[in-house]
Design a protein around this ligand. Structure first.
Ligand SMILES: *[C@@H]1O[C@H](CO)[C@@H](O)[C@H](O)[C@H]1NC(C)=O
Ligand SMILES: *[C@@H]1O[C@H](CO)[C@@H](O)[C@H](O)[C@H]1NC(C)=O
Length: 310
């Protein structure tokens, strides 16, 4: 790490984006402006200081800003997307994991790793459980169990030239010293990551045509969730106060009631076998606030068409 790397990391210190189930001590909530501002500062500084460890051909692909700012321009034609999509049916989603054994605010690492696992699966048809612990231990900014950001996870995976298998580098629920990664064979790679527009239709179109993505949301309604489509009132799940990160794996509707399908990291006993269905179409719990995804492509096979089962 060069001296310049320090500044983006300092911006992250003391900031938590991760919630634990009911009964746990909650991290402070952040306003939308704070998170957006943090991210912009981080990216500007990161861009100046980060040196690509990967091939020249991937330069410039590390981070793509949203095609337009956080909100949809009403004059833009809407993208067409299928009525429903569920990546679980394609076998592209690994088993639900559990972050909470050790009271570790590691949702950001779980969501980022789950995103990479799914994209790897979609593009290479290789099921993989990847190492969350590696991300936790080796992340650039070292926020670990105090919470963190998915983009920090992605920059870590880029910097380390891939991610090890879960079995080789298993989850302990505590932040530890980063292992010597030369000992391990990377099990998956990414080419970069991208921020998506904060619009539910654009998000659905992206999920249907590219794969699962990470979303940042207010976890208030998740604390007492059992099953069904959660539709909390704004006052009970403020969209401007997000504190959790999870993986969006699909969407659908039941009798006209639209929902998102979200893979959580609170174990299979939580919610619908570890999944959460949240009302879609009203920015419930701030789901559109920060959609981010890694980019995974087979080298030389850009634009590989994938299909999400309905
Ligand atoms: C990153 O750097 C490139 C080239 O140096 C520049 O075109 C781009 O606008 C920068 N992005 C950010 C977010 O600063
Ligand atoms: C991933 O881990 C789960 C347990 O969490 C296990 O059931 C599954 O077989 C593993 N998959 C692979 C591909 O190793």
């Amino acid at each position: 790490m060069g001296p310049g790397v320090l500044s983006p990391c300092l911006l992250l210190l003391g900031v938590w984006v991760c919630a634990l189930p009911a009964g746990s001590v909650l991290p402070p909530e952040l306003s939308k402006a704070e998170v957006t501002g943090m991210f912009k500062d981080f990216m500007i500084q990161f861009n100046r200081t980060y040196r690509s460890p990967a091939d020249e051909e991937f330069r410039g692909m590390f981070w793509s800003p949203p095609p337009h700012t956080m909100h949809q321009d009403p004059r833009r034609p809407r993208k067409k997307f299928p009525k429903s999509c569920d990546w679980r049916k394609a076998g592209a989603v690994t088993a639900v994991k559990n972050q909470v054994g050790q009271e570790c605010r590691s949702c950001w690492a779980f969501a980022a790793v789950a995103n990479i696992e799914s994209l790897w699966n979609i593009h290479f048809h290789q099921p993989r459980n990847l190492s969350v612990q590696e991300v936790l231990d080796c992340s650039w900014c070292g926020v670990g169990c105090n919470g963190g950001y998915v983009w920090d996870a992605f920059t870590t995976v880029l910097h380390k030239r891939g991610l090890t298998n879960e079995i080789a580098y298993p989850y302990t629920g505590r932040q530890e010293k980063c292992h010597n990664l030369n000992k391990y064979e990377p099990a998956a790679y990414i080419q970069g990551f991208q921020t998506l527009p904060g619009d539910e239709e654009e998000i659905a179109a992206h999920v249907a045509t590219e794969g699962p993505i990470t979303v940042t949301l207010n976890s208030a309604a998740m604390k007492h969730y059992k099953n069904g489509i959660s539709k909390p009132l704004v006052k009970n799940c403020n969209p401007d106060q997000v504190d959790h990160v999870a993986l969006l794996v699909g969407y659908g509707d039941v009798k006209g009631r639209q929902y998102w399908v979200i893979k959580n990291s609170w174990g299979e006993d939580w919610g619908e076998k570890g999944y959460y269905r949240l009302y879609r179409g009203r920015n419930a719990c701030g789901i559109t606030m920060f959609p981010v995804t890694a980019t995974v492509n087979r080298i030389g096979v850009l634009g590989h068409k994938v299909h999400c089962p309905p």
